[in-house]
Design a protein around this ligand. Sequence first.
Ligand code: SME
Length: 161
Amino acid sequence: MSFTAQPLAADKAEAYRDLAQQLTALIGDERDAIANAANTAALLFDLLPDLNWAGFYFLKDGELVLGPFQGKPACIRIAIGKGVCGAAAATRTSQVVADVHAFPGHIACDAASASELVVPLLHGDTLLGVLDLDSPVAGRFDDADRAGIEAVAAIWVKASA
Ligand code: SME
């Protein structure tokens, strides 16, 4: 396989269309969930500006367990309902947190994190885990990021679940 990531467009919606195309090409017909998660985390971390962490938590035996990621070492297990990741898992809805320090129960893995976006990984009605992005910039994530990362999550689920 030969793959070289290309810089994203300046316009955010266009950038996420670029990112989705590149991720689809990168995954190809691979179906291994860990391999695809590892490459997804690497591509997000490489291409999206102002991130200090990007990665997966998988639902295992009723809790979230750390999966492939880029960034500093992170908390290994997160209970459903705890922190931003646990909230996304409990509600099965994306969480856009402009200021993590104002989020009740936020779990600080990297002190540099100021804002966070977590989207659930849903395969039909089944929750597989969450995809988590952290930024050192407050208010880094908006609704276009949410939609774009939900599309990324859907590509990973379709290929891997
Ligand atoms: N901050 C997250 C924990 C995971 S780390 O950011 C990688 C949370 O509150 O769920």
